[in-house]
Design a protein around this ligand. Structure first.
Ligand SMILES: Cc1cc2nc3c(=O)[nH]c(=O)nc-3n(C[C@H](O)[C@H](O)[C@H](O)COP(=O)(O)O)c2cc1C
Length: 250
């Protein structure tokens, strides 16, 4: 099976934009811009990509729930809270391949028509924060973020927001409350975030690993992505495994 999420993990300086571009990074974005936003969503839907934040909800279907005629802004919030004890999968993406996540965010934002997207990051994360901050600077300076990205006419601002380190803020509606500057209590659903999310506007919340899979799906196509993995849960996913040696106990 071709590696997707871990492809660059062992490459020196994998977190830099030059290494990401050398490995074919940001070509999926160019392809996405040649497609209609609805076709990008359809491709992700067809890939069978399921959310990696826990519930396994189909990502493309979630994007498709966003009403495009509400007259309100649309937001994408990427859940990088990762506070589940023993879980450290998203941290690796943030540290070792931040541009894969950023490229996925730009493609997803284009698909749902979000011009302001957020990464909500666990407060205790330090190296991931530094890596994302550097990657954001690089992406802005190369024209992958900001106004008229790559001449496509599409604008996107991407903000990093650091949480206070509360486990509950990983729950999507608590995350939205926290992002708005309120106490991170979960909201009663419905209304679901797709209809009334961040600042009362249509919002998609997706996990880091979910979004990091998107560039590959757009570049290689849904059929290629679907070739591996389980029938109802395509391609690769991370498992977090601790051994005694890693914990330093022998
Ligand atoms: C108490 C609680 C904590 C959660 N923590 C996280 C988290 O740290 N990261 C995450 O992506 N999803 C977390 N979730 C799931 C989110 O509410 C949400 O379903 C997910 O971010 C959606 O992304 P996905 O569709 O890509 O999986 C948590 C849910 C609950 C109930």
């Amino acid at each position: 099976m071709e590696k997707v999420l871990t492809k660059n993990f062992d490459v020196p300086n994998s977190h830099t934009i030059s290494v990401y571009e050398q490995s074919g990074g940001y070509t999926a974005l160019k392809k996405a811009f040649s497609m209609k936003p609805a076709d990008v969503t359809a491709e992700v839907k067809n890939s069978g990509l399921r959310g990696r934040g826990g519930a396994g909800f189909p990502a493309g279907m979630k994007w498709g729930f966003i009403p495009q005629n509400s007259g309100k802004p649309i937001y994408l919030c990427v859940n990088a809270d990762e506070s589940e004890p023993g879980t450290f999968k998203d941290r690796h993406v943030l540290e070792k391949d931040p541009h894969r996540l950023i490229e996925g965010i730009i493609i997803a934002s284009y698909a749902i028509n979000s011009h302001r997207s957020y990464i909500y990051m666990r407060g205790e994360f330090d190296l991931p924060r530094r890596r994302i901050e550097q990657a954001l600077q690089e992406a802005y300076s190369k024209g992958y973020l900001g106004k008229n990205i790559l001449g496509s006419g599409f604008d996107l601002d991407l903000h990093l927001h650091r949480g206070g380190g509360a486990y509950i803020c990983g729950e999507e509606t608590a995350l939205l409350n926290s992002l708005e500057g309120n106490r991170g209590y979960p909201r009663i659903k419905p209304p679901f975030p797709a209809v009334e999310g961040l600042f009362g506007s249509p919002t998609v919340v997706n996990n880091v690993e979910t979004i990091a899979a998107v560039p590959y799906i757009i570049e290689k196509g849904a059929e290629t992505y679907k070739k591996w993995g389980q029938k109802k849960h395509g391609h690769e996913t991370f498992f977090c495994e601790w051994s005694c040696c890693e914990a330093g106990c022998i």
